[in-house]
Write a protein that binds this ligand. Structure first.
Ligand SMILES: [Zn+2]
Length: 70
């Protein structure tokens, strides 16, 4: 009996570009998830305004200039 395993394309971690893990999706680790959260909290991310019905949720192109290791 053949077992079909569907491999989803692994998205790179938006923080450090490593392959993300299922547990911490879309990040590679809890550390990167926290980094992302901190960036949100500190307002590093620019949130586009006036997009009430954006079907692209979760797919926003993020141009991160800083890639510093904390
Ligand atoms: Zn990462």
């Amino acid at each position: 009996m053949a077992e079909i395993v569907r491999l989803r394309p692994v998205r790179p971690c938006p923080i450090c570009r490593k392959p993300s893990t299922q547990q911490f999706h879309p990040f590679c680790s809890a550390r990167c998830a926290n980094v992302d959260l901190n960036r949100w909290l500190t307002g590093s991310y620019v949130i586009p305004a006036s997009t009430d019905s954006d079907p692209d949720e979760g797919e926003a192109p993020l141009d991160l200039e800083t890639d510093d290791d904390i």
